[in-house]
Design a protein around this ligand. Structure first.
Ligand SMILES: Nc1nc2c(c(=O)[nH]1)N[C@H]1C(S)=C(S)[C@@H](COP(=O)(O)OP(=O)(O)OC[C@H]3O[C@@H](n4cnc5c(=O)[nH]c(N)nc54)[C@H](O)[C@@H]3O)O[C@H]1N2
Ligand SMILES: Nc1nc2c(c(=O)[nH]1)N[C@H]1C(S)=C(S)[C@@H](COP(=O)(O)OP(=O)(O)OC[C@H]3O[C@@H](n4cnc5c(=O)[nH]c(N)nc54)[C@H](O)[C@@H]3O)O[C@H]1N2
Ligand code: SF4
Ligand SMILES: [Mo]
Length: 706
């Protein structure tokens, strides 16, 4: 029997509503965008349309596995959890709770209960060692907002912005944007509509991205030179009095110090460093300042380049000095239904410590609120002594190909006493595991669009039940953590209450939906209500109300470390003769990090991550499209497949990450791609607050491969 079931895609965070045709409850035979959805209007991407192949991939793990002498053998998930729990108990007894770590990666983030339960599991036995992909992605968003201060009600809405400033992100491919920016919710249509009503677009990106092709001003920045460019924009805005001085008088500290700190960055200096025209920098500053509405935000580009915290700070500072915040009486464009509270205040949340988390044992780093820094995880495993990490659960992640410094990451994973990987595929990371747990995939579980909840440009909620039945032994991520907790008698306490446990097991009454209710137990709309209103635009908006009486916090636009870092930037050489190119990161439309190229419909788009170079650079290097090139950084060397891209700035190579098979099973780069993270050192040039490595704007030398 064929049935049409309504759900939403969760290959990535964007949560595009889809209709799936399911035969006999068990087999997906068709997928298409849900045209009746009031916000997405049927939008999907090529990855989402492969849901059938993803779920029925013959290579998908249909059972959990245990390492044996020569390989792996199937094991019932309950038996695997018995073994894992016992080994974790022994490690905690011998080394303490800090020795037990977990890493929640991109795959698990698409499950709306995975990260919350993993964090609660750590809290249940006082282990601080909770890691996620956020801290090798864009950790500066959070840390910079802590240091600068934040506006409780948030930046202006995208929907009625007059201008948007896009610093190194590309939502037309990534479906991802920062607060106040263009989101992946039907992004082509949303961008076209915004332009039709008169919104201007400024893009700062070394590549003429799909998004940049819609820009009114595109600054083709030299990778890593955003701080100079953004400083010059701030300087010009302040000097010409284009800022919102009323707002600054009331809410901003340090404006004079900021002006002094950006003084070296004249339009000409910025133009020279960023290799753009001074007149364009001036025009961008004036267009942004003219507003009057609209915010700037950064993406992974500047967040992975050197001085990532500084670039984030300066971008947010542009918003602050131009007063781009929601005022009392306005409403938020998204529903923010999963967080508590129907109102937000028109006031500053006071600046605070940008790294308030647990201390690391190296590099004077501290974690973010509630989580530690993933760029230090390999060192936490390898560095002997008190607190050394001995066990790791990787939940929906692929550290071997995604973490900085592949060689060190592999050495660290090999050094562990216990590695558990929850993944539907036998990835290079899973190959190294003691246990691989086979998880349910998206269509087999209920979810809410939790990453998009505060981003969707409409007061919209969605919920999906599981739409595909499965009778094999698959677990949700939460079941792994709760299963270990039950066996080791530690609690899992979620915002809505503690997970009910029986003797050595989670209580029978608890299922995926129970956990959803508990994880989102303080949501302003209970999940129970969302279940009855799927894919709906509501009228209960979040309103912005007056500040608390006596509220007097102010933004700190020139904290001492920002001033110091600007002087470091001023004195830095702009070029490096030994490594003349800059390798920048990018997303490709048919893969999600390391996921996708194993599926026929996606592999047909391409099976490698080409090294895109400007045609003039190819000529100068004596290299033709399809030739192999050696890319060498101060840290390592890889081989890539050259491709021509006239959208790429000369002197730049644009390449996607998380390709290749890991060094233990290297293959043909045409077939498997090249791992750019072999070029990345995790302990050189890292950000002193977020610990982020330099994963973009990586200095490289390029030669024909002979
Ligand atoms: N199709 C697809 N979608 C994805 C993913 C995927 O792999 N594929 N990954 C998902 C994930 S995990 C994330 S975090 C998001 C990321 O979403 P985005 O942040 O939008 O990621 P990108 O599309 O790589 O855009 C980064 C841009 O920064 C530019 N850039 C690089 N270095 C610099 C620099 O120094 N300065 C400036 N100004 N720009 C620079 C690059 O040219 C690129 O255009 O995407 C998500 N969505
Ligand atoms: N140089 C450089 N390095 C980068 C980046 C860059 O731009 N440049 N990007 C960084 C960013 S933004 C990120 S987020 C990280 C990505 O780092 P990771 O998140 O560690 O890597 P992914 O390849 O996304 O791994 C996701 C895994 O989840 C699995 N998966 C898919 N669905 C499910 C599911 O339902 N359940 C479970 N349990 N697993 C599932 C997939 O099979 C895949 O193996 O890489 C970072 N590294
Ligand atoms: S953008 Fe993301 S959620 Fe939407 S169809 Fe593509 S992969 Fe699925
Ligand atoms: Mo990411």
């Amino acid at each position: 029997m064929l049935e049409i079931r309504k759900t939403f895609c969760r290959v990535c965070h964007a949560a595009c509503p889809v209709l799936v045709d399911i035969e006999d409850g068990h087999t997906v035979v068709g997928v298409r965008g849900d045209r009746d959805d009031p916000v997405f209007g049927g939008y999907t991407c090529i990855k989402g349309r492969q849901l059938a192949d993803q779920h029925h991939d013959p290579d998908r793990l249909r059972s959990s596995l245990r390492r044996t002498d020569g390989g792996f053998e199937p094991i019932a998930s309950a038996d695997a959890l018995d073994d894992i729990a016992a080994r974790i108990r022994a490690i905690v007894d011998e080394h303490g709770p800090r020795a037990v770590a977990s890493y929640t990666g991109t795959g698990a983030f698409q499950n709306s209960t995975a990260a919350g339960v993993a964090a609660a599991w750590h809290a249940g036995f006082d282990s601080p060692s909770f890691y996620t992909s956020v801290t090798i992605d864009q950790p500066a968003h959070r840390s910079a907002a802590l240091r600068l201060g934040a506006w409780d009600a948030g930046w202006h809405n995208f929907t009625d912005s007059d201008v948007t400033l896009i610093v190194g992100y590309n939502p037309l491919v990534s479906s991802y944007g920062p607060a106040g920016g263009l989101q992946g919710t039907n992004p082509f249509v949303k961008l076209r509509e915004a332009k039709e009503r008169g919104m201007s677009v400024i893009v700062i990106d070394p590549r003429r991205t799909e998004t940049a092709s819609f820009a009114d001003i595109w600054l083709q920045v030299q990778p890593g030179q955003d701080p100079a460019l953004l400083s010059a924009m701030i300087r010009h805005i302040l000097d010409d009095g284009l800022h919102d001085s009323t707002f600054c008088d009331e809410f901003v500290d340090g404006l004079d110090d900021l002006r002094r700190a950006v003084d070296p960055f004249t339009l000409d200096v910025a133009a020279e460093r960023a290799r753009v025209h001074a007149a364009d920098v001036q025009a961008a500053a004036e267009l942004f300042a003219a507003g009057p509405r609209g915010a700037g935000g950064t993406g992974t580009g500047p967040n992975m380049a050197p001085h990532s915290m500084l670039s984030e700070h300066l971008t947010l500072t542009l918003n602050v000095i131009c007063g781009r915040v929601l005022r009392s009486g306005e409403t938020l464009e998204s529903g923010a239904f999963l967080t508590p509270g129907d109102t937000r205040r028109a006031q500053v949340i006071a600046p605070s410590d940008p790294a308030p988390g647990a201390p690391h044992r190296m590099r004077d780093l501290r974690g973010q609120p509630g989580e530690m820094l993933t760029n230090s995880l390999a060192d936490e495993i390898l560095e002997p002594g008190d607190g050394q990490v001995r066990a790791l659960i990787v939940s929906g992640g692929n550290p071997v190909v995604a973490f900085p410094d592949q060689e060190k990451t592999e050495a660290a994973l090999a050094d562990l006493d216990l590695l558990v990987v929850i993944d539907p595929r036998m990835t290079p990371t899973a190959e190294m595991a003691d246990y691989v747990i086979a998880p349910k995939l998206e269509l087999e579980r209920p979810d809410v669009p939790h990453i998009m909840d505060k981003r969707i440009p409409a007061v919209y909620t969605n919920y999906t039940p599981a739409v595909l039945e499965t009778d094999v032994d698959l677990l949700s991520e939460w079941e792994v953590f709760a299963g270990i907790a039950a066996r080791n008698d530690t609690p899992i306490t979620l915002p809505g209450g503690t997970v009910p446990m029986g003797a050595g097991a989670v209580a029978d009454s608890v299922d995926d939906d129970t956990i959803l209710d508990l994880v989102y137990g303080t949501a302003r709309m209970p999940i129970a209500e969302m279940r009855t209103q799927r894919g709906v635009v509501h009228d209960d908006v979040v309103r912005v109300v007056d500040a608390d009486p006596g509220a007097d916090a102010r933004f700190a636009v020139a904290p001492p470390d920002v001033v110091d870092e600007l002087s470091v930037v001023r004195d830095e050489p702009a070029a490096d003769a030994a490594f003349p190119f800059r390798l920048v990161s990018r997303r490709m439309k048919h893969v999600l990090n390391s996921l996708g190229r194993e599926l026929p419909g996606l592999a047909s788009v391409g099976t490698t991550n080409p090294a895109y170079l400007h045609p003039d650079d190819l000529t100068e290097l004596g290299v033709a499209e399809g030739d192999l090139v050696a890319l060498e950084s101060p840290h390592g060397r890889i081989v890539g497949v050259a491709a021509a891209g006239d959208d790429v700035k000369p002197g730049v190579v644009s390449m996607s990450h998380a390709w290749g098979l890991g060094s233990r099973s290297e293959g043909d780069v045409h077939e498997h791609g090249s791992p750019t993270n072999r070029l990345v050192a995790n302990d050189v040039g890292y950000d002193p607050i977020t610990g982020m490595a330099i994963q973009s704007a990586i200095p490289v030398a390029i030669r024909p491969w002979t």
